[in-house]
Design a protein around this ligand. Structure first.
Ligand SMILES: [Ca+2]
Ligand SMILES: [Ca+2]
Ligand SMILES: [Ca+2]
Ligand SMILES: [Ca+2]
Length: 258
Protein backbone atom coordinates (compact mmCIF):
# COMPACT_ATOMS: atom_id res chain seq x y z
CA UNK A 1 0.00 0.00 0.00
CA UNK A 2 1.21 3.47 -0.77
CA UNK A 3 -0.09 6.69 0.77
CA UNK A 4 0.68 10.24 -0.27
CA UNK A 5 2.23 11.62 2.90
CA UNK A 6 0.99 9.59 5.83
CA UNK A 7 -0.90 12.46 7.45
CA UNK A 8 -4.08 10.42 7.80
CA UNK A 9 -4.97 7.24 9.61
CA UNK A 10 -6.10 4.22 7.66
CA UNK A 11 -7.69 2.41 10.61
CA UNK A 12 -6.69 -1.10 9.55
CA UNK A 13 -7.66 -2.08 6.00
CA UNK A 14 -7.56 -5.69 7.15
CA UNK A 15 -10.60 -7.58 5.99
CA UNK A 16 -12.08 -10.99 6.58
CA UNK A 17 -11.25 -13.74 4.11
CA UNK A 18 -14.99 -14.31 3.74
CA UNK A 19 -16.63 -12.10 1.14
CA UNK A 20 -20.38 -11.59 1.54
CA UNK A 21 -22.94 -10.52 -1.02
CA UNK A 22 -26.34 -8.94 -1.53
CA UNK A 23 -27.91 -10.58 -4.54
CA UNK A 24 -25.40 -11.03 -7.34
CA UNK A 25 -24.39 -7.39 -7.76
CA UNK A 26 -23.07 -6.18 -4.41
CA UNK A 27 -20.05 -7.78 -2.77
CA UNK A 28 -18.83 -6.55 0.59
CA UNK A 29 -16.18 -7.48 3.09
CA UNK A 30 -16.23 -6.31 6.71
CA UNK A 31 -12.91 -5.64 8.43
CA UNK A 32 -11.63 -7.71 11.31
CA UNK A 33 -12.38 -4.82 13.70
CA UNK A 34 -15.96 -4.60 12.27
CA UNK A 35 -15.68 -0.84 11.66
CA UNK A 36 -14.65 -0.80 8.01
CA UNK A 37 -16.10 -2.25 4.86
CA UNK A 38 -14.91 -2.60 1.29
CA UNK A 39 -17.88 -2.68 -1.09
CA UNK A 40 -17.90 -3.64 -4.77
CA UNK A 41 -20.87 -2.65 -6.93
CA UNK A 42 -21.13 -4.82 -10.02
CA UNK A 43 -23.07 -3.75 -13.09
CA UNK A 44 -26.09 -5.75 -14.26
CA UNK A 45 -24.10 -7.43 -17.02
CA UNK A 46 -21.28 -8.28 -14.62
CA UNK A 47 -23.41 -10.79 -12.74
CA UNK A 48 -21.14 -13.50 -11.43
CA UNK A 49 -22.51 -16.99 -11.78
CA UNK A 50 -20.92 -18.69 -8.83
CA UNK A 51 -21.79 -22.16 -10.07
CA UNK A 52 -20.46 -21.69 -13.60
CA UNK A 53 -16.71 -22.16 -13.85
CA UNK A 54 -15.37 -18.76 -14.84
CA UNK A 55 -11.66 -19.14 -14.40
CA UNK A 56 -10.06 -15.72 -14.47
CA UNK A 57 -13.17 -13.87 -15.52
CA UNK A 58 -12.50 -10.18 -14.98
CA UNK A 59 -14.81 -7.26 -14.38
CA UNK A 60 -13.71 -3.61 -14.64
CA UNK A 61 -15.06 -1.76 -11.59
CA UNK A 62 -14.66 1.86 -12.62
CA UNK A 63 -15.74 4.13 -9.76
CA UNK A 64 -17.58 1.20 -8.21
CA UNK A 65 -15.45 0.40 -5.19
CA UNK A 66 -16.20 2.03 -1.85
CA UNK A 67 -14.22 1.88 1.35
CA UNK A 68 -16.21 3.08 4.35
CA UNK A 69 -15.17 3.62 7.94
CA UNK A 70 -17.96 3.62 10.54
CA UNK A 71 -18.20 5.19 13.98
CA UNK A 72 -19.05 1.84 15.52
CA UNK A 73 -19.33 -1.82 14.64
CA UNK A 74 -21.18 -2.59 11.43
CA UNK A 75 -22.77 -5.99 10.83
CA UNK A 76 -24.02 -7.72 7.71
CA UNK A 77 -27.57 -6.61 8.58
CA UNK A 78 -26.48 -3.07 7.64
CA UNK A 79 -26.21 -4.15 4.02
CA UNK A 80 -28.84 -5.61 1.71
CA UNK A 81 -31.38 -2.94 2.71
CA UNK A 82 -32.97 -0.55 0.24
CA UNK A 83 -32.46 2.38 2.63
CA UNK A 84 -29.27 2.10 4.71
CA UNK A 85 -29.95 2.51 8.43
CA UNK A 86 -28.94 5.76 10.18
CA UNK A 87 -26.66 3.91 12.58
CA UNK A 88 -23.81 3.16 12.41
CA UNK A 89 -22.82 6.33 10.63
CA UNK A 90 -20.07 6.68 8.06
CA UNK A 91 -17.17 8.80 9.31
CA UNK A 92 -14.93 8.36 6.26
CA UNK A 93 -15.59 7.34 2.69
CA UNK A 94 -13.15 6.48 -0.03
CA UNK A 95 -14.12 5.67 -3.61
CA UNK A 96 -12.25 4.23 -6.51
CA UNK A 97 -11.62 1.68 -9.18
CA UNK A 98 -9.96 -1.58 -10.01
CA UNK A 99 -10.41 -4.76 -11.98
CA UNK A 100 -12.11 -7.64 -10.22
CA UNK A 101 -10.61 -11.03 -11.06
CA UNK A 102 -12.93 -13.96 -10.35
CA UNK A 103 -11.63 -17.49 -10.01
CA UNK A 104 -13.99 -20.39 -9.41
CA UNK A 105 -13.09 -23.79 -8.04
CA UNK A 106 -15.87 -26.33 -8.29
CA UNK A 107 -16.10 -29.86 -6.94
CA UNK A 108 -19.09 -32.15 -7.16
CA UNK A 109 -19.89 -35.28 -5.17
CA UNK A 110 -22.83 -37.62 -4.76
CA UNK A 111 -21.66 -38.39 -1.21
CA UNK A 112 -22.62 -42.02 -1.76
CA UNK A 113 -19.86 -43.40 0.46
CA UNK A 114 -17.63 -44.59 -2.41
CA UNK A 115 -14.35 -42.84 -3.19
CA UNK A 116 -14.75 -42.14 -6.91
CA UNK A 117 -11.57 -40.48 -8.18
CA UNK A 118 -11.94 -41.27 -11.91
CA UNK A 119 -14.15 -38.41 -13.07
CA UNK A 120 -14.68 -40.06 -16.47
CA UNK A 121 -15.85 -43.46 -15.22
CA UNK A 122 -19.55 -44.12 -15.91
CA UNK A 123 -20.12 -47.71 -14.82
CA UNK A 124 -23.77 -47.97 -15.91
CA UNK A 125 -23.26 -45.88 -19.07
CA UNK A 126 -26.25 -43.65 -18.28
CA UNK A 127 -24.26 -40.49 -19.07
CA UNK A 128 -23.76 -39.63 -15.39
CA UNK A 129 -20.22 -40.33 -14.14
CA UNK A 130 -20.02 -42.44 -10.99
CA UNK A 131 -18.76 -39.62 -8.74
CA UNK A 132 -22.06 -37.76 -9.19
CA UNK A 133 -24.33 -40.77 -9.83
CA UNK A 134 -26.19 -41.78 -6.69
CA UNK A 135 -27.17 -45.11 -8.30
CA UNK A 136 -23.99 -46.30 -10.00
CA UNK A 137 -25.46 -49.42 -11.60
CA UNK A 138 -28.91 -47.96 -12.31
CA UNK A 139 -30.60 -50.91 -10.62
CA UNK A 140 -32.99 -48.77 -8.58
CA UNK A 141 -31.09 -49.34 -5.31
CA UNK A 142 -29.06 -46.29 -4.28
CA UNK A 143 -25.32 -46.92 -4.06
CA UNK A 144 -25.35 -45.83 -0.43
CA UNK A 145 -27.77 -48.71 0.26
CA UNK A 146 -25.60 -51.27 -1.55
CA UNK A 147 -22.56 -50.90 0.72
CA UNK A 148 -21.36 -52.52 3.91
CA UNK A 149 -20.20 -50.73 7.06
CA UNK A 150 -16.69 -49.28 7.19
CA UNK A 151 -15.17 -52.41 8.75
CA UNK A 152 -11.55 -51.54 7.97
CA UNK A 153 -11.77 -48.00 9.35
CA UNK A 154 -10.58 -46.17 6.20
CA UNK A 155 -13.54 -43.77 6.38
CA UNK A 156 -15.13 -45.27 3.29
CA UNK A 157 -17.93 -47.79 3.34
CA UNK A 158 -16.86 -51.30 2.36
CA UNK A 159 -18.16 -53.09 -0.70
CA UNK A 160 -20.57 -56.01 -0.65
CA UNK A 161 -20.56 -58.79 -3.25
CA UNK A 162 -23.60 -60.93 -2.48
CA UNK A 163 -23.17 -63.37 -5.39
CA UNK A 164 -19.38 -63.50 -5.14
CA UNK A 165 -18.88 -62.81 -8.85
CA UNK A 166 -16.21 -60.19 -8.21
CA UNK A 167 -18.56 -57.32 -9.06
CA UNK A 168 -19.58 -55.36 -5.95
CA UNK A 169 -23.32 -54.93 -5.45
CA UNK A 170 -23.29 -51.19 -6.19
CA UNK A 171 -21.94 -51.96 -9.67
CA UNK A 172 -23.77 -55.27 -10.23
CA UNK A 173 -27.05 -55.19 -12.12
CA UNK A 174 -27.88 -58.68 -10.77
CA UNK A 175 -26.84 -58.58 -7.14
CA UNK A 176 -27.74 -62.15 -6.22
CA UNK A 177 -26.69 -63.70 -9.54
CA UNK A 178 -29.99 -65.52 -10.06
CA UNK A 179 -30.33 -64.34 -13.63
CA UNK A 180 -33.03 -61.77 -12.87
CA UNK A 181 -31.81 -58.19 -12.89
CA UNK A 182 -32.17 -56.37 -9.57
CA UNK A 183 -34.39 -53.75 -11.19
CA UNK A 184 -36.98 -56.57 -11.77
CA UNK A 185 -36.82 -58.09 -8.29
CA UNK A 186 -38.83 -57.08 -5.22
CA UNK A 187 -37.21 -55.13 -2.42
CA UNK A 188 -39.23 -57.17 0.08
CA UNK A 189 -38.84 -60.73 1.35
CA UNK A 190 -41.45 -62.82 -0.51
CA UNK A 191 -40.47 -66.27 0.83
CA UNK A 192 -39.94 -65.13 4.43
CA UNK A 193 -36.35 -66.40 4.71
CA UNK A 194 -35.17 -63.00 6.00
CA UNK A 195 -33.46 -62.13 2.68
CA UNK A 196 -34.99 -59.53 0.40
CA UNK A 197 -35.75 -60.93 -3.05
CA UNK A 198 -33.12 -58.98 -4.99
CA UNK A 199 -30.40 -60.38 -2.72
CA UNK A 200 -31.91 -63.89 -2.52
CA UNK A 201 -30.67 -66.33 -5.20
CA UNK A 202 -33.20 -68.90 -4.00
CA UNK A 203 -36.10 -66.70 -5.03
CA UNK A 204 -36.13 -65.72 -8.69
CA UNK A 205 -39.41 -64.13 -9.76
CA UNK A 206 -39.56 -61.33 -12.29
CA UNK A 207 -41.58 -58.23 -11.39
CA UNK A 208 -42.38 -55.07 -13.31
CA UNK A 209 -39.30 -52.86 -13.42
CA UNK A 210 -38.87 -50.67 -10.35
CA UNK A 211 -38.49 -46.91 -10.75
CA UNK A 212 -35.07 -45.32 -10.82
CA UNK A 213 -35.22 -41.99 -8.97
CA UNK A 214 -33.98 -38.83 -10.70
CA UNK A 215 -30.31 -38.23 -9.93
CA UNK A 216 -29.10 -35.66 -7.41
CA UNK A 217 -25.68 -34.53 -6.22
CA UNK A 218 -23.96 -31.64 -4.46
CA UNK A 219 -21.73 -29.02 -6.02
CA UNK A 220 -19.22 -27.29 -3.75
CA UNK A 221 -17.74 -24.03 -4.96
CA UNK A 222 -15.08 -21.58 -3.84
CA UNK A 223 -15.04 -18.26 -5.64
CA UNK A 224 -11.97 -16.18 -4.95
CA UNK A 225 -11.73 -12.47 -5.73
CA UNK A 226 -8.66 -10.41 -6.45
CA UNK A 227 -8.74 -6.71 -7.27
CA UNK A 228 -6.04 -5.66 -9.70
CA UNK A 229 -4.91 -2.03 -9.64
CA UNK A 230 -7.09 -1.15 -6.67
CA UNK A 231 -7.04 2.61 -6.24
CA UNK A 232 -9.11 4.48 -3.64
CA UNK A 233 -9.12 8.14 -2.77
CA UNK A 234 -10.94 10.37 -0.29
CA UNK A 235 -12.02 14.00 -0.46
CA UNK A 236 -8.71 15.13 1.01
CA UNK A 237 -6.83 13.69 -1.94
CA UNK A 238 -5.37 10.80 0.03
CA UNK A 239 -4.83 7.66 -2.00
CA UNK A 240 -4.71 3.93 -1.24
CA UNK A 241 -3.18 1.77 -3.98
CA UNK A 242 -2.65 -1.96 -4.33
CA UNK A 243 -1.37 -3.74 -7.45
CA UNK A 244 -3.08 -7.01 -6.53
CA UNK A 245 -5.43 -6.94 -3.58
CA UNK A 246 -6.66 -10.31 -2.27
CA UNK A 247 -10.28 -9.44 -1.55
CA UNK A 248 -11.31 -12.83 -0.19
CA UNK A 249 -13.58 -15.69 -1.16
CA UNK A 250 -17.11 -17.00 -1.06
CA UNK A 251 -17.67 -20.70 -0.46
CA UNK A 252 -20.92 -22.54 -0.76
CA UNK A 253 -22.73 -25.57 -2.02
CA UNK A 254 -25.74 -26.29 -4.11
CA UNK A 255 -27.87 -29.38 -4.60
CA UNK A 256 -28.13 -30.25 -8.28
CA UNK A 257 -31.25 -32.20 -9.27
CA UNK A 258 -31.43 -33.81 -12.68
CA1 LIG B 1 -23.67 -43.55 -14.26
CA1 LIG C 1 -27.58 -49.30 -7.43
CA1 LIG D 1 -21.78 -59.34 -7.46
CA1 LIG E 1 -31.11 -61.06 -9.22
Amino acid sequence: MSCDDGDFDVPSFVFSSNVQKCGDLILYNISDDSKEVLILNLAENDTIFFITPQVNASFPLTNKISYRVFNTNVSSSYFCQDIPPVSPSIIEEWNGSGTLIVNNTINSDDNDGVQELDLELDSDLDGIPDYIDKDDDNDGILTTNELDLDNDGDNFLDFLDTDGDGIPNHLDSDDDGDGILTIYEKRTDSNANDIVDYLDPSFAVTQAAFLVEPNQYTTYYTTTFTINNLSLSNNNGNVINYDNYEYGAITGEQIIKE
